[in-house]
Ligand binder design. Structure first.
Ligand SMILES: Cc1ncc(COP(=O)(O)O)c(C=O)c1O
Length: 511
């Protein structure tokens, strides 16, 4: 975007603060977007989409497109052929090419989940009179999970711990924030609640605030990417409804100082949410294995809710997560009930109305088949593998590891001649799907059981070393996606990036 380069050259100081300025004067940003930036943005969208076209729509020329119903139903073999063709093309995750994404993925485990799902594919927990199995499975899954986070509690305290199964980490977080919002409204008369989150907290908290009409206050992190307790302390106000900490946070795998933060919340009489979506089914087992894990769960008196995703390291099928609360009273603020609807009395615990009983069954089967020992053994494998990968990356010239996390490996470039986004691009061309981070620029790999298969570590380290060698000295503007990542990270007019992302979503939905 030449116009922006010109602006940066002419007014370097103004440019450095442009993002901050625009945050306070949204009409100036609007003027930029509708005026001088408009044609450039349109051009940039076109470029981005043409770069991404192959990734987004690879079947355009190889498979039939059904933009409307086929006049006659297709034969089963035809449907099967179509689905299999796509499924077979998308098996890179099996070889460990993806960061996170598939956390178990052995054929036997997948078969178990699929069989459990198929038995219960028609079940809807909304009709619990028809399918009391849903209540049995859901309550037991919640109880099994709760046991992992309530070790030192008295029997009375344990009895109070409760929760719900949701569709994923984001829904768990949204529901917890709703519970705090409604609690603060009812018990403290707070009309517009505020939540305080570390910069590294998952973006689901911002999504929750967006949906629920809450204000988000972000606080900084220290050199190890852990929330700054002093900043949180300063940010607390009368309208603060809860504080948040991650165990660990998605970007760098850092665990926030949850003991101090939750104690702060306790002393202010406000909620504290531990986001253990990523670590909930790893950290308790890592602790058992002797790793030094700081306290993050209900053993801390200030922790009032905790999210843990069964569809990540809980090894269930995609579409389940658990939200836990310290008290049944708090969980009631999550519920929705309606008494006047002509459709009858209505009561629903989570965001969805109808819910997939098949996913409950798959989650139940995953937990029962693994048992405590299975989770323990898997955690050990993952942590061993992560250590080997970390040690290997430390040996690759021009790369620098960030932080010292257990199973999320984040690294960046420590050379002005190596753009880490070029490396990300190069790894993508080799079939990998790693996560690109921004501010600072980095790459991360969430280690799963897929990476514990024979020879993955050697293959990955070899490919990464080659990628670094090929990218060293290459200008940041070269490559397919690296310039786009670079632009997205550095462009101060964030409205332009929002617009690009929305265009991308539109493209996703085009047939
Ligand atoms: C720490 C953390 N919290 C929340 C989420 C959101 O989970 P989901 O994508 O299942 O909605 C994630 C996802 O990676 C996460 O890592």
């Amino acid at each position: 975007m030449d116009f922006l380069h010109e602006l940066r050259r002419s007014f370097p100081e103004l440019f450095d603060h442009l993002e901050e300025i625009l945050r306070h004067f949204p009409f100036v940003e609007k003027w930029f977007l509708q005026g001088p930036l408009r044609p450039l943005l349109e051009e940039e969208s076109k470029n981005l989409l043409s770069h991404l076209k192959e990734k987004l729509k690879p079947y355009q020329n190889t498979l039939p497109v059904f933009a409307s119903l086929p006049p006659k139903g297709l034969a089963r073999e035809e449907i099967w052929k179509l689905l299999s063709q796509m499924q077979q093309t998308e098996m890179g995750w099996q070889k460990g090419l993806a960061s996170g994404a598939v956390y178990h993925g052995s054929p036997e485990h997948i078969a178990l989940l699929n069989e459990a799902y198929s038995l219960f594919s028609q079940v809807n927990p909304l009709h619990f009179d028809l399918w009391p199995s849903a209540s049995k499975m859901e309550s037991e899954i919640i109880s099994m999970a709760a046991h992992l986070f309530t070790e030192n509690l008295s029997p009375e305290e344990k009895e109070e711990i409760c929760g719900s199964i949701t569709s994923g980490g984001t829904e768990s977080i949204i529901l917890a924030m709703k519970a705090y919002r409604d609690q603060a409204r009812e018990e403290r008369g707070i009309k517009q609640g505020e939540i305080i989150i570390p910069q590294t907290a998952h973006v689901a908290f911002e999504k929750a605030a967006h949906y629920l009409g809450l204000v988000v206050r972000k606080v900084g992190v220290d050199d190890n990417y852990r929330a700054r307790v002093d900043e949180v302390k300063k940010a607390i106000q009368h309208s603060t409804i809860c504080l948040v900490g991650s165990a660990p946070a998605f970007p760098h795998g850092s665990i926030d100082p949850i003991e101090e933060l939750s104690e702060l919340a306790f002393r202010h009489g406000i909620g504290f949410h531990t986001d253990a979506c990523l670590g909930g089914f790893i950290l308790p087992f890592a602790k058992k294995l002797g790793y030094e894990i700081p306290a993050f769960d209900f053993s801390l008196r200030g922790v009032t809710s905790l999210s843990a995703d069964t569809h990540k390291y809980g090894y269930a099928a995609k579409g389940t997560s658990i939200i836990l609360y310290r008290t049944k009273k708090l969980r009631q603020y999550q519920y929705f009930t309606a008494t006047d609807w002509p459709g009858g009395l209505y009561f629903s615990p989570t965001m969805a109305g109808s819910r997939p009983g098949g996913l409950l069954a798959a989650c139940y089967a995953a937990m029962l088949s693994l048992g405590y020992e299975g989770y323990l053994a898997n955690t050990q494998k993952i942590l061993h593998t992560a250590q080997k990968i970390r040690d290997g990356i430390a040996q690759i010239p021009h790369l620098k590891l960030i932080g010292n996390p257990l199973f999320i490996i984040t690294f960046t470039s420590n050379s002005p001649h190596l753009d880490i986004y070029q490396v990300l691009d190069n790894m993508s061309q080799r079939g990998y799907s790693l996560n690109g981070l921004q501010r600072p620029r980095a790459i991360h790999l969430a280690v799963t059981l897929r990476h514990c298969e024979a020879d993955f570590v050697e293959r990955f380290l070899h490919d990464l070393t080659e990628a670094v060698r090929q990218c060293y000295g290459k200008p940041a503007s070269e490559g397919t996606l690296a310039p786009v990542y670079g632009l997205a990270e550095s462009l101060p007019i964030r409205g332009a990036i929002h617009q690009l992302l929305k265009t991308l979503l539109d493209a996703y939905y085009s047939t």
